[in-house]
Design a protein around this ligand. Structure first.
Ligand code: IMO
Ligand code: MG
Length: 457
């Protein structure tokens, strides 16, 4: 007699179904992070605008209006600080994700300004988990910078650092709370007590609750329709295989963990930040492209080994109009740092580079590129961890021939002078990363796509 089965079902945890190994993982490659591979201002905005119409979603995942992204199209110049550059594409949903620092006043002004320039915009969603930047953050940013004296960071004074400090201290106010007047009142009461103590300590004028609450309730009312869950929207989009473009702000060496600490921003601009800031898992980030200038710039204080505080730096600044989009500050200019760029390629898992501003280098007839760092005891092949070591770096250069031809009208690789081609090839070889796109001017059309296969993989 066959033994009778006991009618007890094993709990699901014991059921082992061997995975189907014939199925290929990650066959859909639809998500792409565009990350700043240097110190910010790499022309990410232009690139996101160019690629944005190929995406269903464009997502900002970190930072706030410390960013300045310029898009020039149809004779109009758009300057974005908070809105994703994808907003100009009507069939794209733009998302401000949870990792962001959002100043409501600046965002509303930006929406109005953008609408004046172009009536038809794409839709916008704001994550309820994004944190809100208030005037007391800006005030603390300025007071702290003044208190730092010679050790100042050179922040953008937009309150970004103090806001992320509140987030980590667990007293920040999130968008979801902000758009509910009752909860906002309660939270603001609690937080303002803390902040005013700090402001007094730093020698500032305390912020009045009623004035702030009334003004900001008005902004909250206008922003409320945009605030709803973005995590599940994005997770569903990824599951369907829709194209999602993550728009990085700032740059790799401004990353709180991976940058030239403490001369960094307070968020995570690196590709990994796209996971944290949006709620998308690491395996769902399929591709990352790093935007880098053909030279290097930095705005604010902090290490910059290849800086050229001389005639060459001046020439690059003037030819490239290297003045900040957000603060108008002149940017520090220098040679391309390939040691840093190679590190950036590894840190961000870059599958390709987007090399911008090649046109700016016209008539710089000897181009230096930094190929190794020397800290005084011979070459090192790592990036230092302390400001002291960074300041001791003696960059070692290789010199490549420049060009005098105007390349801003080139349409393809073959239109580029041989010295431009060799410069690009040198960057590719040193970093072990192919160039996917070249940018030779600010306009959408001044873009040469070399490797479409590297973009949406
Ligand atoms: P985009 O997106 C360049 C720099 C500031 C300062 C440091 C800290 O346009 O590339 P913060 O105000 O963030 O606390 O300042 O970071 N910084 C940027 N530099 N481009 C940016 O953004 C930047 N955002 C912040 O100059 O050195
Ligand atoms: Mg900028």
């Amino acid at each position: 007699m066959p033994q009778k089965h006991l009618n007890i079902k094993a709990p699901p945890v014991f059921i082992f179904e061997p995975p189907d190994r014939s199925k290929k993982e990650n066959t859909i490659m639809s998500t792409l992070v565009i990350v700043g591979a240097q110190w910010g201002d790499e022309a990410k905005g232009k690139i996101v605008d160019v690629l944005g119409n190929q995406a269903s979603y464009v997502v900002r995942y970190s930072g706030g209006n410390n960013a300045g992204h310029t898009v020039i199209t149809g004779g109009k110049t758009f300057k974005f600080h908070l809105l994703p550059a994808g907003i100009l594409h009507t069939n794209t949903l733009s998302i401000l994700a949870g990792g962001m620092a959002i100043c409501p006043k600046a965002l509303l002004e930006e929406i109005d300004r953008t609408r004046e320039l172009q009536a038809d915009l794409g839709a916008l969603k704001i994550s309820p988990a994004a944190h809100v930047v208030f005037p007391y953050h800006r005030l603390v940013d300025q007071l702290e910078e003044a208190a730092r004296g010679d050790n100042k960071i050179g922040t953008t004074s937009r309150g970004i650092g103090p806001m992320y400090t509140d987030k980590v201290q667990r007293i920040g106010i999130r968008m979801g709370e902000f758009v509910n007047p009752e909860i906002f009142r309660e939270r603001l009461h609690q937080v303002l007590e803390f902040k005013n103590r700090l402001i007094s300590l730093l020698g500032g004028e305390p912020v009045k609750f009623e004035d702030l609450y009334d003004e900001y309730c008005g902004y909250a009312e206008r922003l409320k329709p945009f605030v709803s869950d973005t995590e599940s929207v994005l997770q569903e989009a990824v599951r369907r295989g829709d194209r999602v473009l993550f728009e990085g702000a700032q740059g790799t060496f401004l990353d709180l963990d991976h940058g030239t600490y403490p001369y960094v921003t307070s968020s995570h601009p690196t590709a990994g930040g796209a996971c944290l800031g949006t709620g998308i898992g690491p395996r769902d980030i399929h591709n990352a492209l790093g935007v880098c200038k053909a030279y290097a710039t930095r705005v604010g204080e902090g290490p910059f080994p290849t800086e050229q505080d001389n005639e060459i730096g001046h020439q690059i600044r003037e030819q490239g109009h290297e003045y900040g989009t957000t603060t108008g500050r002149p940017r520090r200019c220098g040679w391309l740092d390939l040691v840093a760029l190679r590190h950036s390629a590894r840190l961000n898992s870059l599958s390709g580079l987007i090399i911008t501003r090649l046109d700016t280098l016209v008539n710089v007839m000897e181009l230096n590129v930094c190929t190794s760092y020397d800290l005084g005891n011979g070459p090192v092949d790592y990036l230092p961890a302390t400001t002291d070591e960074w300041s001791r770096i003696q960059p070692q250069y290789q010199t490549l021939p420049g060009w005098s031809e105007d390349i801003s009208g080139a349409k393809s690789w073959d239109d580029l002078p041989i010295n431009v081609q060799n410069y690009v090839r040198f960057i590719e070889e040193y970093t072990g990363t192919p160039a996917a796109i070249l940018s030779i001017g600010p306009d959408r059309d001044q873009t040469i796509i070399l490797r479409p296969d590297l973009i949406w993989a």
